[in-house]
Write a protein that binds this ligand. Structure first.
Ligand SMILES: [Zn+2]
Ligand SMILES: [Zn+2]
Length: 152
């Protein structure tokens, strides 16, 4: 939390209860929440907070480099900037998963960047189908609760 306060102050921004609560909820939720997810997470603690305030707060955090906005189909998801990591994205249900922590800037260090461009981060996203969705399209796993093993 002191990180948040220091960073915001360095940017001439104030630490507010709302910013603290949204940032804390974002760090506590592992699954890349949407603004709505965060709204539901903090509204018990902050009665009177609106979804618009959550959106504004998230924008402040993203501007300040404390969170990353991950756009995609449907609502954007948010990730606190804790460590460099990539994501998997399920093309069926849209779920984002975390890849193990790894700084991808080294992976692409031999890619020539435009002159004068200063790289800060490299985003890695692997698109595919998650295990849950793959299980629905493939044949059903054995051992289910149906009558498949019933003898006649
Ligand atoms: Zn899926
Ligand atoms: Zn993530």
């Amino acid at each position: 939390m002191s990180d948040l306060r220091t960073t915001l102050r360095g940017q001439g921004r104030r630490m507010t209860a709302q910013r603290a609560a949204v940032y804390e909820a974002l760090c506590a939720m592992s699954g890349h929440p949407t603004a709505e997810d965060l709204f539901f997470a903090v509204r018990d603690r902050l009665p009177g907070i609106s979804l618009a305030t959550v959106y504004n707060t998230l924008e402040t955090l993203v501007d300040g480099g404390l969170a990353v906005r991950i756009p995609g189909e449907g609502a954007a998801r948010y990730d606190p900037v804790c460590s460099p990591h990539g994501h998997t994205r399920c093309a069926v249900c849209g779920t984002l998963g975390n890849l193990p922590e790894r700084d991808f800037t080294s992976v692409v260090s031999d890619i020539p960047l435009p002159a004068g461009f200063q790289a800060r981060a490299v985003m890695m996203e692997v698109e595919g189908v998650c295990a849950a969705c793959a299980g629905q399209t493939a044949s059903r796993a054995p051992g289910g609760n149906d009558d498949a093993g019933h003898a006649h």
